[in-house]
Design a protein around this ligand. Structure first.
Ligand code: MRU
Length: 312
């Protein structure tokens, strides 16, 4: 991804340490977080230094790989965030490498490299769906920050840059991941506007959205999927307005052990994430971090191996 005109990744290894762009401070300032052991990695995932399913997975892979005790580290890292399938997939990948006597660090490098490659291929497949001058709506951050490079939903958008496209960016309360998306698009020189989450339906109704592309945190075998809270209602309104709704995700996000979305564990985060902008404290607050979108609302899923047609 481009950051101030220079190519950069959002997560990388430097010797025995793992470096990552600290997403808690963007877009105000660019700071790099250094993880030295599995506890640093677990904290980075839980406190959202690193966000987005494929990036969380890569951080988890490195967390297990750099630990003295891979089994214990896996146990700690598995408890950080429950919804993104990539985290569990990555931990199992490294444990399997260790069991087979392979070099764990080399396996984690390989894992991270495969994620970047998958996202690049998602972009190549997905850009074919984007027509000239398309106005595309996206939710949350599904860019290079969330995937080391390219992005999931943002990868086809990046690669269709020369088609004169425009991006509607949902702000994504309560953690405002939409501002991370806007920061990435600004760095790439792609025209966009941030909108309040509840404005998306308005623009769809006015015929100002040609397609929706979002990422995913876990995809069940019937293609129901979990993604950032607010995704479900965007999908329903898109269908109501005959707007194609695509999910972009690497195969590491697919959980074939789960039959449908109802079985996906949804993370509930702190009340403070919601109330920090209030000037009073309500008695009760709920803060689910993700929701489930049934597959009947999905036009297709863009993967590194091509596009799965779900409803066309
Ligand atoms: O809570 P986050 O910021 O980790 O949630 C991120 C998302 O929901 C993304 O849309 C998702 O991981 C898919 S794209 C990489």
């Amino acid at each position: 991804m481009l950051v101030n005109g220079k190519e950069m990744k959002s997560l990388w290894r430097e010797g025995d340490t793992i470096k990552m762009i600290d997403q808690r401070y963007l877009p105000e300032r660019l700071e790099i977080f250094t993880a030295r052991d599995e506890m640093d990695i677990a904290m980075a995932i839980k406190d959202m230094v690193v966000r987005g399913a494929p990036a969380i997975g890569s951080a988890a892979a490195y967390g297990v790989a750099i630990a003295d005790n891979a089994i214990k580290a896996a146990e700690i890292i598995r408890k950080t965030r429950p919804t993104a399938h990539d985290l569990f997939h990555a931990v199992d990948f490294i444990l399997d490498a260790v069991e087979h006597g392979e070099d764990a660090i080399k396996a984690a490098d390989e894992y991270a490299g495969s994620i970047v490659d998958a996202c690049r291929r998602i972009g190549e497949h997905g850009k074919k769906l984007i027509g000239r001058g398309y106005r595309i709506l996206t939710h949350c951050n599904a860019g290079a920050l969330a995937t080391i490079d390219y992005g999931t939903a943002l990868s086809p958008i990046r690669m269709a840059k020369d088609k004169g496209i425009f991006v509607w960016v949902d702000e994504t309360r309560p953690r405002l991941q939409g501002l991370l998306t806007a920061w990435e698009l600004e760095n790439e020189g792609i025209e966009h506007a941030v909108i309040a989450d509840n404005a998306a339906g308005y623009f769809m109704y006015r015929d100002e959205v040609d397609m929706v592309i979002v990422g995913a945190d876990r995809i069940a075998s019937n293609y129901d999927f979990a993604n950032k809270i607010g995704t479900y209602e965007k999908a329903v309104v898109a269908k109501e307005n005959d707007i194609p709704f695509y999910v972009a995700a690497p195969l590491s996000t697919f959980d074939n052990a789960i039959m449908d979305g109802g079985k996906i564990k949804i993370e509930e985060r702190s009340e403070e994430e919601v109330t920090s902008i209030y000037r009073y404290k309500p008695e009760k607050v709920r803060n689910p971090a993700f929701d489930i979108t049934p597959s009947k609302y999905v036009t297709g899923i863009i993967t590194e191996n091509g596009i799965i047609k779900v409803n066309e």
